[in-house]
Design a protein. Structure first.
Lengths: 151, 137
């Protein structure tokens, strides 16, 4: 298969799946949970550990622990064994425990890398988190890598 | 030196190493807290039966250690963005070092870029990435 044909299938996937919400889920975030999370990570700042602190908030990467119902759309093709290749978090506004979060998931990026063992396809699944007033608080990206089966 | 403002930060400086609590008890408690209760995070023998070197630290806990290290270096730091690559498993009950180095300073935006790593006792990088951190001017 030529490079052009290989990239054509990725272009088709991008056209079909990018930036289309395929999941929505609500999350109830308790102070008890975010405090435990922060403590286990080694945070020592009161704004993460003290519920009475005026700037009390979940630790910066807490949203990475929240999962939607699916990582990729139901009809996304199986291109090989999927593995967790990494995570990213973008913090736009503090996440306040005790308030409801709404997470909407879409495929944010699809790209490839080619190594000695062949082509690997990466899909970035992004959950955008909003509060009940529609304020965009954070993004959590999960990178899934699929090593293609030998042809 | 604890960092309070952007002007305290020097390009290329290494952040103080943070030694995280990777004990099996902490790792198992964390996994259960986030709903990932499974033997691979709480039982070395069971994890070995799955082909792992031992019970694993969840990737998001490694990410949490990295952020805690930044906050201990600069208490007022706001993490704006963090991106981590899980190169190899971090094994519970093994000592690891959490390190960072300042690779960029944006005076206008008040942002500092930090390259971050989790390494084991052999000096092998298990997790790496970058963080973008906002500091008071």
């Amino acid at each position: 298969m030529t490079d052009n044909v290989e990239q054509k299938d990725i272009e088709d996937l991008r056209e079909r799946f990018l930036n289309r919400d395929f999941d929505e889920k609500e999350f109830e975030i308790s102070a008890e949970k975010t405090i435990s999370y922060a403590r286990l990570c080694g945070e020592t700042a009161d704004r993460f550990l003290d519920e009475n602190h005026p700037d009390f908030q979940a630790s910066s990467t807490f949203v990475a622990s929240l999962s939607g119902r699916r990582v990729l759309p139901q009809d996304f093709p199986k291109m090989g064994l999927g593995m967790d290749a990494g995570k990213g978090v973008e913090c736009l506004q503090p996440v306040r425990p005790g308030k409801k979060l709404i997470g909407r998931t879409h495929v944010h990026d699809i790209y490839t890398k080619t190594g000695r063992s062949g082509r690997m396809v990466f899909a970035v699944s992004r959950i955008e988190f909003y509060d009940e007033d529609g304020n965009h608080l954070a993004n959590s990206d999960s990178r899934v890598v699929m090593r293609e089966k030998s042809k | 030196m604890s960092i309070a403002t952007l002007s305290d930060v020097e390009f290329g400086v290494e952040l103080p190493t943070f030694e995280p609590d990777t004990s099996l008890k902490t790792v198992g408690t964390f996994a259960e807290l986030v709903g990932w209760g499974g033997a691979r995070f709480s039982d070395h023998e069971a994890a070995r039966k799955e082909g792992l070197a031992g019970a694993m630290v969840p990737g998001i806990l490694s990410q949490g250690y990295l952020v805690a290290m930044i906050h201990q270096w600069a208490p007022p730091a706001e993490i704006k963005k963090i991106d981590t690559v899980f190169r190899a498993p971090v094994i519970a009950d093994e000592p690891h070092a959490i390190n960072g180095v300042v690779t960029d300073i944006d005076d206008e935006e008040g942002l500092v870029e930090v390259d971050i790593t989790v390494t084991n006792e052999k000096g092998e990088t298990r997790v790496f990435g970058t963080a973008s951190v906002k500091l008071p001017q």
